[in-house]
Design a protein around this ligand. Structure first.
Ligand code: PRP
Ligand code: MN
Ligand code: MG
Length: 183
């Protein structure tokens, strides 16, 4: 796919691969949870597609809630600054909280969120990330459930954005910035 400003999108994960993998993640989560009713806590905005697909396939009694964090500015590099734009609304004290994220990259966002939620007294916190990029970590974070391990490339689609674009694509693509070949 060729787009404006010599940006091209190259397929990395297809919708079929996503459907199959999300089903497997839901099965693992369900097996580990047993009879427990968890809080599924999505991290907006990136989680929105993964969250809804996972919640549907999980097919169990769960509380649904979201936080909104921001770490990236408008570009592709993490600023390292994290702030919470929207807090959880469900009482998390004593609960099993499953954080649902689209991607863990430097880990700065997830590290901050886990440390923040831990202060609210949950029984346990588990992390379920659609994409993990452990090679990019700037701080250690344990991810309990990983959809796909993707070492490199700037990814968009299935919730992930570049300057707020491409979130609604059904698959995951790598953005490449091609040099201009004409004046
Ligand atoms: C992206 C992504 C993760 C975070 C990962 O969110 O959705 O939440 O960055 O980066 P890190 O591991 O380097 O901290 P972003 O802050 O861009 O907000 P968004 O979900 O609204 O796109
Ligand atoms: Mn995000
Ligand atoms: Mg973003």
């Amino acid at each position: 796919m060729t787009l404006s400003n010599n940006i091209t999108l190259h397929p990395v994960i297809s919708p079929e691969q996503i459907r199959a993998r999300v089903g497997q993640l839901a099965d693992s989560l369900k097996a580990d949870l047993g009879d427990e009713r968890p809080v599924l806590l999505g991290v907006l905005k990136g989680c929105f597609m993964f969250f809804t697909d996972l919640a549907r396939q999980l097919d169990l009694d769960a509380d649904i809630d979201f936080v909104r964090l921001a770490s990236y500015g408008a570009g592709i590099e993490s600023s390292g600054r994290v702030h919470m734009v929207k807090s959880p609304e469900v009482e998390l004290k004593g609960r099993t909280v499953i954080i649902v994220e689209d991607i863990v990259d430097t880990g700065l966002t997830m590290r901050w969120l886990i440390d923040h939620l831990a202060q609210l007294g949950p029984k346990r916190i588990k992390v379920c990330a659609f994409i993990d990029k452990p090679e990019r970590r700037q701080t250690p974070v344990e991810i309990d459930y990983v959809g796909f391990h993707v070492p490199e490339g700037f990814l968009v689609g299935y919730g992930l954005d570049y300057n707020e674009k491409y979130r609604n694509l059904a698959g995951v693509f790598e953005v490449r910035f091609e040099p201009s070949d004409r004046k």
